[in-house]
Design a protein around this ligand. Structure first.
Ligand code: KG4
Ligand code: ZN
Length: 345
């Protein structure tokens, strides 16, 4: 692992974030959440998110460097999320990181946001054993990945409609619980009885590793229209139990078939207590090590981006000043387009 500090910059959605990471040490991790800004709309408004990044990013980066006690000349480079995400929001971070790299004379590297979620595990626990099976569950993605070696990914399954986090957010909005919905449902579930509201298991009769959450969301909307409607805590609890069971069942099926050396969980939904517990039980049954980031590294942050960036920098990869911002960034390409031929730092 690179033992020189790396600056990470993350603006893919509604968190303006910067961090300095040195090896596995998080020297600083600043996250300016915009949840207050988007709360009243029940979801993220891209143009508002981008404008807030423009206003806040320079101060957030300053604070990250300050708190880390690291001077710009001591940095090994700057790593920036360049996709997938909201292009207008990503562009703010990418443009900032290019200017920073040019002014500081430091190498630039583009990072796939979802790869960052996987590297939250490296930050928390060190390098993971290979081959690994990873479940990445965020607000916009639900991907089951096979990782034969570092930096190489094969998609085994993904959602066919809503992402897991999106389903939590939409169900919470229908229940009037506000945004972001995942933590609200996680909390309220504790008080409910999941057996009081029967919900269908998605793709129950299908083999394979794909996911689907739109049916669950529709079932929640339908339940709310019944007279009398179910208690919100029971509905939240039933929804969470069904969503978690679906995620765990597909992941266990892949683990039994492919026999990885470890199981990795990442993304905002990885903070969900029921999911962590259920996967933990199954991993133990299978005798598989389960790697979970601590909750503060599950939701969006720049420390995980700096950590993934350090890995790419150490391999000699560099992005040019033509680095773009992408709404989608396919896993199979092995990450953002950058020059892989430069000498290692
Ligand atoms: O990874 P993330 O912070 O941002 C994206 O890359 O999308 O994930 C955000 C998603 C949101 O949908 C949020 O509701 C969900 O993660 N989330 C949770 C929990 N904490 C955050 N979902 C379920 N349970 C939680 N405790
Ligand atoms: Zn994320």
């Amino acid at each position: 692992m690179l033992e020189t500090p790396v600056l990470g910059v993350e603006t893919s959605c509604d968190e303006t974030a910067a961090a300095v990471v040195c090896g596995r040490r998080v020297l600083s991790n600043v996250v300016a959440s915009q949840a207050d800004l988007h709360h009243r709309y029940g979801g993220v408004v891209p143009e508002l998110a981008a404008r807030r990044h423009v206003e806040r990013l320079a101060a957030v980066v300053d604070e990250a460097l300050d708190r880390a006690g690291v001077d710009v000349p001591d940095l090994a480079g700057v790593a920036v999320t360049c996709g997938p995400g909201l292009v207008s929001a990503l562009s703010v971070g990418v443009a900032f990181a290019k200017a920073f790299s040019l002014a500081a004379g430091k190498p630039l590297v583009g990072v796939n946001h979802l790869e960052g979620h996987i590297y939250a595990n490296v930050l928390a626990h060190g390098p993971f054993p290979l081959p690994a099976l990873a479940l990445v569950v965020s607000g916009a993605h639900t991907d089951l990945l096979w990782i034969p070696e570092y930096g190489r990914y094969r998609v085994l399954g993904r959602t066919r409609d809503d992402a897991a986090g999106e389903a939590f957010d939409k169900a919470a909005r229908a229940m009037g619980l506000g945004y972001p919905g995942g933590p609200a449902i996680d909390r309220l579930s504790e008080e409910g009885d999941p057996t009081r509201v029967p919900l269908p298991e998605p793709l129950a009769s299908e083999d394979g590793y794909d996911f689907s959450f739109s049916g669950l969301k529709t079932a929640v909307l339908r339940a709310l229209q019944e007279t009398p409607p179910p208690a919100l805590a029971d509905l939240a609890s039933a929804f969470q139990r069904a969503a978690v069971a679906h995620l765990v069942r597909r992941t266990v099926r892949a683990a039994e078939h492919f026999r990885p050396a470890c199981l990795l969980l990442g993304g905002g939904v990885a903070a969900n207590r029921a999911l962590r517990e259920a996967l933990g039980r199954q991993a133990q049954r299978l005798g598989l090590p389960l790697w979970l980031p601590p909750p503060w590294l599950c939701t969006d942050n720049a420390a995980m981006i700096a950590c993934a960036g350090a890995f790419h920098l150490a391999r000699g990869e560099r992005a040019g000043l033509d680095l773009g911002a992408w709404a989608d960034l396919p896993w199979e390409d092995g990450g953002p387009p950058q020059d892989r031929s430069s000498a290692a730092v």
